[in-house]
Design a protein around this ligand. Structure first.
Ligand code: SB7
Ligand code: NI
Length: 212
């Protein structure tokens, strides 16, 4: 038996890299629990955990590090996936690749559309319009494919605290709004497939935006 504090202390050790072994899978009750808000101003432990979560996402997107550590690529991670029942999420979404006149991709490493740790994030308003990613979604805590449209809000306004304990508000649309919705769901015990129509997974809904 290990306590949350023990698991957390291991994760934040300077020599530790988060790997797939630290990520719990569906069936573990922590993924179905409602996580606790973190205290403000943030503790050093919560700040370090956020940094480790971003480091994991960066490694997972780096071909060399991902192979070495056997990581699945991810654009988001929520603390409950580490069996830490706290409202901490990390988002690392690469920018759209840019192209020159000849149509060649201009390499831009370390260029992110979203690169943030959000503490106590909550959706304070959202569009009536819905959206779903064309190919569906996956999850690092789910070792199987669950096909179907994951129906979410097309646009969201999120209020959160950043790593400096400062209150922030951000408005997001498209893919950039899907990732934090997936992660905030993890802090509420909700899995992506809860938003898939069980009768007809690829059913098109009136006015739903398809993101490709
Ligand atoms: C597709 C993938 C993600 C979010 C939204 C659309 C993140 C997948 C990785 N995670 O399991 C993070 O919780
Ligand atoms: Ni997930």
């Amino acid at each position: 038996m290990t306590t949350q504090d023990e698991r957390q202390n291991k994760l934040i050790r300077p020599s530790h890299y988060i790997t797939m072994d630290d990520i719990i899978r569906e069936g573990n009750p922590t993924l179905r629990g409602v996580a606790e808000r973190v205290a403000l101003p943030l503790s050093n432990v919560d700040i370090l955990l956020g940094e480790k979560m971003i480091q994991f996402l960066r490694n997972s997107q780096d071909p060399v590090m991902a192979e070495k550590l056997e990581l699945r690529a991810g654009v988001g991670l929520a603390a409950p996936q580490l069996d830490i029942s706290k409202r901490i999420i990390a988002l690392l979404v690469p920018s759209e690749p840019k192209f020159d006149e000849e149509g060649n991709e201009i390499p831009s490493k370390e260029d992110y559309a979203l690169n943030t740790v959000m503490y106590n994030a909550r959706i304070i308003s959202h569009s009536v319009e819905e959206a779903a990613i064309a190919t569906g979604e996956g999850c690092l805590s789910v070792d199987r494919e669950v096909p179907g449209y994951v129906v979410r809000h097309a646009r969201v306004t999120i209020e959160y605290y950043d790593k400096n304990s400062e209150k922030k508000k951000i408005r997001l649309k498209g893919f950039h709004s899907m990732v934090p919705q997936h992660e905030i769901d993890h802090t509420d015990g909700i899995m992506f497939y809860d938003h898939i129509d069980p009768e007809n997974p690829w059913k098109m809904r009136e006015g739903m935006q398809i993101i490709d």
